[in-house]
Design a protein around this ligand. Structure first.
Ligand code: ATP
Ligand code: LTN
Length: 338
């Protein structure tokens, strides 16, 4: 009798990026760059998390446009829309539905400890809304809806992922094995790229223009921004994030973009000035972003193609999400559907 060989199920990867501004080199190195590397060995789901983005006030026309642009950036970064499921969070109702249920399994004290909430509340003191507070619960719902095994993110998201695991374990403890417990996937180099102007703070797309390199900046702008990056006054090229955050940040950027290990870069650049360090960093960044930028320009000119992908993928994502959601609804005792 011939044996039926079932195709092996690949582990599931899920991640999301907010369409809350122009994507930065930090988003690229910490998250995006790793996404395409994973798509051959995993079933990858990459979400445009527009529901997360409205925790901070957004201009509606800009938000809509940025969702489309982020779809183009995902594909331009090397994601194959046939291999990776790229879709918009707001097109899949299960995110909000599961988030509500998980809200009832998350403690105020847990959310109160989240450092991103504290930072954002300080930054947006005029709009400390409940969504900003429960943001990590929606993120947990994103991840758990798809029975995700691994989540590629920058190190700033580690705390949210730990919360997601705690909530999932708590739920499973009550109802049995409903959710897969996800693991973070955080790169060794580049998981926290720092601001060019304040290198002790994370580079962030919602900060002023001169603090970050945008993925779509032209070469002259990239050179100018990196040339003006804050360093220090001792003139020595050494990797020491605590005492030399600016110089260490430039070394991390180069290394993460494939210019060699930090040690080899330090050895190579020893005795040279910061001018050389900055020129070398700018060369690396320009070369790394060039293919993405070329591809992006082609893609963004064809909105019909992008919309088609988002529409089609929303159906698949809804189908997958509903499988978990129905199970969860049944477990908690929601009324039977006819
Ligand atoms: P915002 O400023 O609007 O809060 P953000 O720039 O922090 O946004 P997100 O959309 O929240 O970006 O993050 C998308 C992904 O990029 C996440 O995985 C996050 O960890 C990663 N990321 C963001 N900033 C950096 C950074 N400076 N270094 C490394 N990874 C980063
Ligand atoms: N909170 C993340 C964005 C995000 C996300 C996710 C990342 C929302 N949902 C699910 C990974 C998995 C951030 O980067 N600020």
């Amino acid at each position: 009798m011939s044996e039926i060989v079932k195709p092996e199920k690949k582990p599931i990867i899920f991640s999301g990026i907010q369409p809350s501004g122009t994507l930065t080199l930090g988003n690229y190195i910490g998250a995006l760059k790793n996404f395409s590397v994973l798509q051959d060995d995993y079933d990858c789901i990459y979400c445009i998390v527009d529901m997360h983005a409205i925790t901070v006030r957004q201009n509606p026309a800009d938000l809509r446009r940025r969702c489309m642009e982020l779809a183009a950036i995902y594909i331009a970064s090397g994601l194959d829309p046939k291999k990776s499921l790229i879709y918009c969070q707001s097109h899949v109702t299960g995110h909000a539905e599961l988030a509500w249920i998980l809200n009832c399994f998350t403690y105020m004290g847990e959310l109160n400890r989240m450092t991103q909430y504290k930072d954002k509340a300080a930054k947006h003191a005029d709009n400390i809304n409940a969504g900003l507070f429960t943001y990590p619960v929606l993120m947990a719902a994103d991840i758990l809806l798809f029975q995700t095994n691994m989540v590629p993110v920058g190190v700033d998201q580690k705390q949210h992922l730990e919360l997601c695991r705690d909530v999932a374990q708590r739920f499973n403890g009550v109802y049995g094995d409903v959710f897969t417990i996800p693991e973070p996937y955080i790169a060794k180099v580049g998981s926290k790229i720092m601001s060019l102007q304040e290198p002790t703070r994370k580079m962030s797309k919602s900060d002023p223009e001169d603090t970050f390199v945008a993925l779509l900046d032209d070469p002259d702008t990239i050179r100018r921004k990196i040339k003006r990056a804050v360093t220090d006054s001792d003139g020595e090229i050494r990797f020491d994030p605590e005492n030399k955050p600016g110089v260490s940040n430039l070394l991390s950027i180069m290394s993460a973009l494939g210019a060699g290990s930090i040690d080899s870069l330090v050895a190579e650049l020893a005795g040279q000035g910061y001018g050389t360090l900055k020129t070398r960093t700018a060369d690396c960044v320009i070369a790394a972003l060039e293919p993405l930028q070329t591809e992006y320009k082609k893609l963004i000119a064809d909105k019909g193609y992008l919309q088609g992908i988002l529409d089609e993928n929303a159906k698949t994502a809804n189908y997958l999400a509903n499988k978990t959601l129905r199970k969860v609804q049944k477990k908690v005792g929601f009324a039977t559907r006819g």
